[in-house]
Ligand binder design. Structure first.
Ligand code: ADP
Ligand code: MG
Ligand code: MG
Length: 207
C-alpha cells in the first residue's frame, strides 16, 4: 500500500523477529566462520525481547521503531547491538510524530538508519560489514522512486541480498572479522546477511 500506521509497523517488526529467529543457526554459522559465533543468538535474544514489549510501543511508527531501538541496544550486545540500535533510533527520529509511513518517508528512514550505522561504526562500503547490504539497499529504495511501500522495500531487500552475497570475496576491514585479515575472504558477512533478512521481512510484511 501507500501508507502504513503504527500497527502495521509493529506487525512488520513481529515478522522480522520471526525471520531472525528462523535464521538463528545460519547467522551463528556465518559468525563462527569469521567471528565469535554469537550473531544469531544475539539477534534472537534481542528480537525476542522486542516482541515481548511491542504491545507497549505507542501509536506512531516512530514510537514503535524507538522501542525496537532501545530494546536492541539493551539486549543484543556485541558490535551489532549498538549498530542496529542506532539504525532504528535514527529511523525513528527521522519519522518523528508522523502517524503514517509513506514510500518517501520509508526511503528517508532507511537513509537515516544507514547514516547512523556509518556514524557509529565508521565502516565504508567494501569493508565487509552490514553497510555492504544497507548502503545498496538505500540507493535501490531511492532509485525505485515509487509510491508503493512494498515496492520500495522489495527493491531495498533485493539490493541487500546482492550486497550480502557480494561480501563473500571481501577481506574484512572492520569488526572482529578484520582480525582474520585475508582469511576472512570466502565467507559472507553475518551482519550483512542479517540486514538482508530484516529488509526482506519488512518487504514481505508490507506486501
Ligand atoms: P561481535 O562481533 O561483537 O560478536 P556480532 O557478531 O553480533 O558482534 O555482529 C557482527 C557484525 O557486526 C559483523 O558481521 C558486521 O556486519 C557488523 N559490524 C562489526 N563492526 C562493524 C562496524 N564498525 N560497522 C558496521 N558494521 C559492523
Ligand atoms: Mg559475533
Ligand atoms: Mg560477540
Amino acid at each position: 500500500g501507500t501508507s502504513c500506521d503504527a500497527a502495521g509497523v509493529a506487525a512488520a517488526v513481529r515478522s522480522a523477529a520471526d525471520v531472525i529467529i528462523e535464521h538463528r543457526d545460519e547467522l551463528v554459522t556465518l559468525d563462527r566462520e569469521i567471528g565469535d559465533g554469537d550473531h544469531g543468538e544475539n539477534l534472537k535474544r534481542g528480537f525476542t525481547a522486542v516482541v515481548s514489549k511491542l504491545d507497549t510501543a505507542g501509536d506512531t511508527p516512530g514510537a514503535v521503531l524507538k522501542l525496537v531501538a532501545s530494546t536492541l541496544i539493551s539486549t543484543v550486545g556485541g558490535a551489532a547491538g549498538p549498530l542496529y540500535g542506532t539504525a532504528f533510533l535514527r529511523a525513528a527520529a527521522k519519522l518523528g510524530q508522523e502517524s503514517e509511513l509513506t514510500a518517501s518517508s520509508v526511503v528517508d528512514a532507511l537513509q537515516a538508519a544507514l547514516d547512523g550505522v556509518v556514524a557509529r561504526g565508521k565502516a565504508e562500503i567494501g569493508d565487509k560489514t552490514m553497510v555492504d547490504a544497507l548502503a545498496p539497499a538505500v540507493k535501490a529504495a531511492r532509485d525505485s522512486d515509487g509510491t508503493d511501500i512494498a515496492a520500495v522495500l522489495t527493491a531495498a531487500a533485493d539490493a541487500a541480498d546482492q550486497g550480502a552475497q557480494d561480501t563473500v570475496p571481501l577481506v574484512a576491514r572492520k569488526g572482529r572479522a578484520s582480525y582474520l585479515g585475508e582469511r576472512s575472504a570466502g565467507h559472507m558477512d553475518p551482519g550483512a546477511r542479517s540486514t538482508a533478512l530484516l529488509l526482506r521481512a519488512f518487504a514481505q510484511a508490507a506486501s
